[in-house]
Design a protein around this ligand. Structure first.
Ligand SMILES: C[S@@+](CC[C@H](N)C(=O)[O-])C[C@H]1O[C@@H](n2cnc3c(N)ncnc32)[C@H](O)[C@@H]1O
Length: 296
């Protein structure tokens, strides 16, 4: 089996509408990308939870798949007519069927966090069987270890967990931080997420790694103080959650915050300095980790 893929150059003002109409006229899929991705002129677009992104790239490409026997020229023309635009320039190529599972798996290699900590997909053998190995597959929840925000937190846990600490992972996603903390020797660990799918993924991933942590939605979090609270969420929720997160850290305990862009670090650090003696920020690929020690 094979498909036809049309790569369509679209004016950003109509790209979204054109992609929708392509689906209406018979495309099997239509995704919009930055036409300049991978070049010096690529345009990063950042979104925050609760702040919808209404921005599109200035030059967009629509990649649209059609059945092998579809008349792509006819369908693209019909879609352009419905959008009241000239037929855009496009190319058509043939996409052969592949072993998609194998292809996807080949894109995820084991990730080295430190000499002693690796994140390894279940279909790989661990590069260092003597190391602490988290077995984690890409799934429906954020947190495979490949993103700098997660890596920054994993590095902190790797360097700071001594053994026996209680840890709260707020915004647990795949559960990667809670699971890593346990594997590194932490004691009772709790993970919280607003997304029920993330809570389910965390429970599955903990089982996969033979560790036991409690995961739940925010309303399951009882008052109580932890030695460490780690939250890789994004600046906007972290601004609002300061009081709550601080209330869950013991005096002398640690807060670890990630998901913060470098330019947001100073402002976030000032907010959390209300409760914590803040450490110097650590940066990775434009992202920041903040940490601090709770004052009495
Ligand atoms: C960037 S992911 C981090 C996942 C994982 N902890 C990691 O480090 O890779 C952020 C997670 O926080 C969750 N989240 C966002 N806002 C939240 C909130 N207000 N309360 C709890 N969880 C939240 C999201 O659903 C998402 O799973």
């Amino acid at each position: 089996m094979a498909w036809l893929q049309a790569t369509i150059h679209a004016d950003s003002a109509v790209a979204e509408k054109l992609a929708d109409v392509l689906m209406d006229v018979g495309a099997l899929s239509a995704t919009i990308e930055d036409a300049l991705a991978g070049t010096d002129d690529e345009q990063p677009i950042f979104g925050e939870p609760g702040e919808p992104v209404d921005q599109l790239w200035s030059h967009s490409l629509i990649n649209s798949l059609f059945a092998e026997d579809a008349d792509v020229a006819l369908l693209v023309t019909a879609a352009a007519n419905q959008c009241h635009i000239d037929v855009p320039s496009y190319t058509v190529s043939r996409v052969e069927e592949q072993d998609w599972v194998r292809l996807t798996q080949s894109q995820f290699d084991p990730i080295r966090i430190s000499d002693r900590l690796w994140i390894t997909p279940t279909w790989h053998t661990s590069p260092d069987p003597a190391a602490i190995n988290l077995q984690l597959d890409p799934g429906l929840a954020f947190g495979t270890g490949s993103h700098p925000t997660t890596r920054l937190c994993l590095q902190w846990l790797d360097q700071q967990i001594q053994g026996g600490e209680t840890v709260l992972d707020y915004g647990c996603g795949s559960g990667i931080l809670a699971i890593a903390a346990l594997k590194l020797g932490a004691g009772a660990t709790r993970g919280i997420d607003i997304d029920a799918q993330a809570v389910r993924s965390s429970i599955d991933n903990a089982q996969q790694n033979s560790v036991s942590a409690d995961f739940g939605l925010p309303d399951t979090l009882l008052p109580g103080e932890y030695d460490v609270v780690v939250a890789n969420i994004l600046a906007n929720p972290l601004r609002m959650l300061g009081e709550l997160l601080a209330s869950h850290v013991k005096t002398g305990g640690k807060i670890v915050l990630s998901g913060i862009l470098a330019e947001q670090a100073e402002e976030l650090s000032a907010i959390y300095a209300k409760w914590f003696d803040m450490d110097a920020a650590v940066f990775d690929e434009g992202w920041t980790r903040l940490s601090g020690t709770k004052r009495p």
